[in-house]
Design a protein around this ligand. Structure first.
Ligand code: MG
Length: 216
């Protein structure tokens, strides 16, 4: 059975990773606690374009590095501070052992998203991954879910599941592509203006995967 899974704030704790990096790196550059809070806000949970965020941090802290170097440091720092639940790896292994085909479907750059997958060791545990930059299409476009199925040698017509935290990109997109869905709520209410609802709602990624194995 196909199991498509989002990366940021699903397989890995992206929010925690950024917070960890900012809390350590910014004071090391002479920044204040206020600068740290500002950076966490400016990151917009990863949705602020990276080159723009890197430039804003560089300006705010009056750093003498080039914009290019700041971008490299920002990206590398997030990978270095990557936070994830070890239970997720165990759940992925169980899913594969039970005959599921987990495939990561993520919006982002190939280099950065692959670095995160490798750092967490998830590259060894999944059947494949599709990254929007390489695919030329982003979630919630149906095509990226098709490519995810193809990465596992499957078709959307065979059915399957998508697990993710973003209501529109992960859940509504996958539902429109004919998949069943598990939404990680991360403490947020489901946006009532979305006409689509998730098949299931879960508290955490490992629990969501195990829930599917026990009662698909
Ligand atoms: Mg996400």
């Amino acid at each position: 059975m196909l199991l498509l899974i989002d990366l940021d704030n699903t397989l890995i704790d992206r929010t925690g990773s950024f917070r960890s990096w900012a809390t350590q790196w910014i004071p090391a550059q002479g920044g204040s606690a206020e600068d740290v809070s500002w950076a966490i806000e400016a990151d917009r949970d990863g949705y602020e374009p990276r080159p723009r965020l890197a430039e804003r941090i560089r300006e705010r802290l009056h750093l003498a590095v080039s914009p290019e170097q700041m971008l490299v440091d920002l990206r590398a720092g997030l990978v270095e501070h990557l936070k994830f639940d070890p239970q997720v790896g165990a759940a992925l292994s169980s899913a594969v052992a039970a005959g599921w085909s987990p495939v990561v479907v993520t919006n982002g750059t190939v280099r950065q998203q692959e670095a995160k997958l490798r750092r967490a060791g998830f590259d060894q545990l999944v059947a494949g991954w599709v990254i929007s930059e390489g695919a030329g299409v982003r979630k919630p476009d149906r095509r990226i879910f098709e490519l995810g199925a193809e990465a596992a040698g499957l078709s959307l017509a065979d059915g399957g599941w998508m697990l993710g935290d973003h209501p529109e990109y992960d859940i509504a997109g996958a539902a429109r592509a004919g998949l069943q869905t598990v939404w990680l709520h991360l403490g947020r209410p489901w946006p009532e203006d979305l006409p689509i609802r998730p098949t299931r709602i879960a508290d955490d990624c490992a629990g969501a995967i195990r829930g599917l194995l026990h009662a698909p």
